[in-house]
Design a protein around this ligand. Structure first.
Ligand SMILES: C=C(O[C@@H]1C=C(C(=O)O)C=C[C@H]1O)C(=O)O
Length: 255
């Protein structure tokens, strides 16, 4: 898939191949996070234990916002597959624009699920992938940086739903135009759903987690991340959120 060549992006097979590649990144970032406890202090907004001057938010928010400001100046968010968590804080790039061809509908940039993704990650995913419930003040920085890697990978994977939706729209423009005009959300969700693909993804994740997630040097074969938890994360959060993005993108496709 090459974002400078739209014809490579509109092929659903190419998009699905990209989603498969993202599984490895997400698994390995979850494994990194599994070295640390939950460290709930990094998620508490305006936490007296982690003073941040006049910044309004959590330690994680502070780290993520500052990183995104730098990344924006290095052209990260010009790429159509990157969606910022702090769209109002990012800056113009200091690098010349690549001028990617228009691939998605102009309304695509308004489909930003990152606040919801961050909430689900903190509330639901961190308790599943972290080492134990607890706090280790020596690792606040490491946890924030690891969380940022996980969040940016999850964000890219879930917002890839925009490309999936565009490919599906182009595959049956008449049907989707009708459903969009009727604002028939349930029918749109039904038509973008492919249960066979979802099942294949969950089966592959189980195998990958069994291979990647076990430390071969550890005699007790202690798992770094359990296959059951990885499947649960995808089944209950990653895939549903991707489909929400697909539906939201399509509802705005004709704007
Ligand atoms: C991404 C797609 O759309 C939907 C979402 C999927 C996912 O998030 O993994 C898989 C299949 C579909 O239900 C697709 O059709 O490939």
């Amino acid at each position: 898939m090459d974002f400078t060549k739209p014809e490579t992006v509109f092929k659903l097979e190419n998009i699905r191949n990209e989603l498969v590649k993202m599984e490895d990144s997400i698994i390995f970032q979850f494994i990194e996070r599994s070295h640390f406890p939950t460290n709930g202090n990094v998620y508490i907004e305006n936490n007296a234990k982690l003073p941040l001057g006049d910044f309004d938010g959590s330690f994680l928010d502070w780290a993520l916002m500052h990183l995104e400001v730098t990344e924006s100046q290095l052209r990260r968010f010009e790429s159509p597959d990157e969606t910022p968590f702090f769209p109002d804080r990012i800056l113009d790039s200091i690098l010349p624009s690549i001028n990617f061809p228009q691939i998605l509908a102009p309304s695509a940039e308004n489909v930003n699920y990152n606040n919801k993704i961050k909430g689900v990650y903190i509330k639901e995913i961190v308790p599943l992938i972290s080492k134990y419930d607890g706090d280790d003040a020596n690792n606040y920085g490491s946890v924030a940086m690891t969380d940022i890697q996980c969040l940016q990978s999850l964000s890219r994977r879930i917002h890839f739903g925009k490309f999936v939706a565009e490919a599906k729209f182009r595959s049956d423009e008449e049907l989707y135009t009708k459903l969009i005009k009727e604002k028939d959300i349930d029918s749109i969700m039904e038509h973008i759903t492919n249960s066979a693909v979802e099942e294949k993804i969950l089966q592959r994740l189980t195998t990958k987690a069994e291979v990647y997630g076990v430390d071969p040097t550890n005699k007790e074969s202690q798992r770094k991340i359990t296959p059951e938890y990885l499947v649960k994360i995808y089944k209950e959060f990653v895939i549903p959120l991707t489909k929400e993005v697909e539906v939201e993108y399509l509802l705005r496709r004709l704007d």
